[in-house]
Design a protein around this ligand. Structure first.
Ligand code: G3P
Ligand code: MG
Length: 238
């Protein structure tokens, strides 16, 4: 079990504040998270930070994110008076105080994200502080071709024998399996290929303990402080 287990605040510290908002990001940083994960869609040519394709669950708006105007999205309440942030705003808010994992949720997000991140790197953003991930591995490969300096992570909703090999052949930095699908064998196979294993989503102490015991290098959690507390508890006295 690793005493270096990383915590990824899932959608920001979404167990405490409205998910994918600047408020959830600030909370995650205040809790001392290592990384922050956010989800991105495209609306009116802009990268917006929201999980669902539709607006109803997390905002007071209606309809599909990609069919609505950017101005309409920005008029909505994403919880506690927060606006749906743009990816630019999230990058500016994080300012290297934590790593940022950007999950590409929708078609054409890869080109927009590559363009934005390459420009930010020219302005001084450390590429090692960014991981771009997706369940859509072709989208991830396209992103990789457009922005080779940025690390990529392959999200796996289900594990199949070729998954780790795929992630390696597409030159991913990491694989991000669903928690229930993480096994010791999978973690070993991924590690043998030089991949980090970051599993999602561990919210309870037994979940965190089990995933850490199976060999995860990091865990996504709505409560990143719980991952930190677990890590501290296994480190013991220095
Ligand atoms: O990136 C880990 C996790 O966020 C993937 O699932 O549905 O919460 O975006 P989801
Ligand atoms: Mg996500």
């Amino acid at each position: 079990m690793k005493s270096s287990l990383l915590c990824f605040a899932h959608r920001g510290a979404s167990g405490y504040e409205p998910e994918n908002t600047l408020r959830a990001i600030e909370k995650a940083i205040a809790l001392g998270t290592d990384w922050i994960e956010v989800d991105v869609h495209l609306a009116g040519g802009r990268l917006v930070v929201i999980h669902d394709e539709t607006l109803e669950r997390t905002t007071d708006g209606t309809g599909s994110v990609r069919e609505r105007s950017f101005a309409y999205l920005r008029s909505l309440d994403a919880g506690k008076g927060e606006k749906i942030p743009t990816l630019e705003e999230v990058l500016a808010a994080v300012r290297s105080r934590a790593g940022l994992n950007i999950e590409l949720k929708a078609p054409r997000t890869e080109a927009a994200a590559a363009h934005l991140l390459e420009a930010e790197i020219k302005r001084g953003l450390d590429p090692e502080g960014i991981i771009v991930s997706s369940f859509d591995h072709r989208r991830l490969s396209r992103f990789r071709r457009l922005a080779p300096a940025i690390r990529t992570g392959a999200l796996l909703g289900r594990i199949h024998p070729g998954a780790a090999a795929f992630a390696e052949s597409s030159r991913c930095f990491s694989v991000h399996p669903a928690l229930g699908l993480l096994t010791r064998e999978f973690a070993r196979a991924a590690h043998a290929r030089g991949l980090r294993v970051y599993a999602y989503t561990a919210n309870t102490e037994p979940e965190i303990r089990r995933a850490a015991g199976l060999g995860a290098d990091g865990l996504f959690s709505d409560f990143p402080d719980r991952v930190r507390a677990f890590r501290d508890s296994i480190r013991g006295p220095i």
